[in-house]
Design a protein around this ligand. Structure first.
Ligand code: FEO
Length: 408
């Protein structure tokens, strides 16, 4: 049975939630599920914006059949070829063989790559700024390469002021019956998952997201329809501002994220003592055990916090496995503009500090504090002064609190 929601009088959400997926893209846990959004415009011509993942194909096809109510499908706009949005395209082509696929040249190439040549009978290729009139509505296509793949484009309905934003402005989390962000407490309940989605999916491509935001700023936007998560129709500026911050690699929180890798608890002990000392100075802290918390959550926290401390034991003459993976993950997501310090541990020949420094040192605009606290097996009373000195050095780089950032 179909399950749809009205976005506007002639635009229908025909997507679906997936709560059975364990790992999105095989990497990111989605404990609260994820939605695959698709939209059906019922103008003089009918237009389907993107398809969905295989997992929800059955209800998706029922949604479209219900939405079309006997009409044919005239256009299928493909914004992004990643299979969470394109996997059911072949089913659409089988049911509506005369549909015209609207896409750019790169998307056409990827359709051939995924499905083989000649699966599409009719193409309407578009480039930057090209338009398509569907009756009352007029769509303008804007290229958005690397948000999140090279072929990505977005489209703008200049009549209803709707931006179909592809992966941009998405979030993890099922919709659970809500469609609009203003139907839930988005900033209270979903911002963490939106940040984890942004940082892990498109975090690497801040420059390209900035380019898209610049293009979007040239038109009046009354609604954003992304491919995952909620439709935005109110307080759009608040969410756009988050995208501005994230894509400029600006921290949201002045404070210290401490991530540690500890085999027998001694490196953890040093990390906890540092956290206590920072809190005593009134500095906000968040501490993660990298062997327990998934990398995607720590990557998101690294984007959130202004200061990062990585504490790792030495393992096989290198960085402990889970810390090595985290640092490379952070590095491949192109994090920038942070103050960073290190704690290393080694019962003999500690090397993790130097090696962690090399990975983070390769990132742009990182202020890496000079001294590494080096522990031999466990922290000694005599070394507490070094932790104090590290806390002092971190505090010295903290901006003075502004009246708005003070907490009671
Ligand atoms: Fe939701 Fe890049 O696909």
């Amino acid at each position: 049975m179909y399950c749809t929601r009205k976005v506007t009088d002639d635009l229908l959400w025909v997507g679906a939630d997936d709560r059975r997926l364990a790992m999105f893209e095989g990497v990111y846990s989605v404990p609260d599920g994820v939605s695959y959004n698709s939209y059906l415009l019922l103008d003089e011509k009918t237009v389907l914006f993107d398809t969905v993942d295989h997992a929800v194909e059955k209800v998706f096809l029922e949604n479209i059949e219900h939405g079309l109510d006997g009409r044919s499908l005239d256009y299928l706009v493909i914004h992004h070829m990643e299979p969470d949005h394109s996997a059911t395209m072949k089913a659409i082509l089988a049911i509506y063989p005369d549909v015209t696929v609207v896409c750019n040249k790169k998307i056409q190439g990827m359709i051939n790559q995924f499905f083989g040549e000649n699966v599409v009978k009719n193409y309407h290729l578009v480039g930057e700024g090209d338009t398509l009139e569907t009756g009352k509505h007029k769509l303008t296509f804007l290229m958005a390469p690397m948000v999140h793949w090279p072929e990505v484009m977005v489209s703008y309905d200049s009549v209803d002021k709707i931006l179909f934003s592809a992966d941009a402005f998405g979030t993890f989390g099922a919709l659970n019956g809500a469609l609009f962000a203003d139907e839930v407490d988005f900033f209270g309940d979903y911002l963490g998952e939106a940040r984890r989605y942004y940082t892990n999916i498109v975090g690497k491509y801040g420059t390209q997201v900035q380019a898209l935001l610049k293009k979007a700023a040239t038109v009046e936007i009354g609604m954003i329809c992304p491919l995952h998560g909620f439709v935005w129709r109110r307080n759009i500026g608040d969410y756009v501002e988050k995208y501005q911050q994230w894509s400029r690699y600006e921290p949201e929180v002045t404070g210290v994220m401490i991530a540690y890798a500890s085999v027998y608890g001694n490196t953890e002990n040093a990390a906890n003592i540092l956290a206590c000392k920072l809190r005593e100075k009134g500095i906000k802290t968040k501490v993660f055990d990298v062997s327990v918390t998934a990398s995607s959550e720590i990557v998101a926290a690294a984007f959130e916090y202004s200061h990062l401390v990585f504490a790792s034991t030495t393992y096989n003459a290198g960085i402990f496995i889970s810390m090595d993976e985290l640092l490379r993950d952070i590095s491949s997501h192109n994090l920038q503009n942070r103050t960073v310090a290190f704690i290393e541990n080694g019962s003999w020949a500690a090397t993790s500090g130097k090696l962690m420094r090399e990975i983070i040192g390769g990132l742009k605009n990182m202020n890496i504090l000079e001294s590494t606290v080096s522990i031999k097996s466990s922290l000694k009373e005599s070394q507490l002064s070094e932790i104090d000195a590290l806390a002092d050095a971190i505090a010295a780089t903290m901006p003075a609190p502004t009246p708005s950032s003070r907490r009671p």
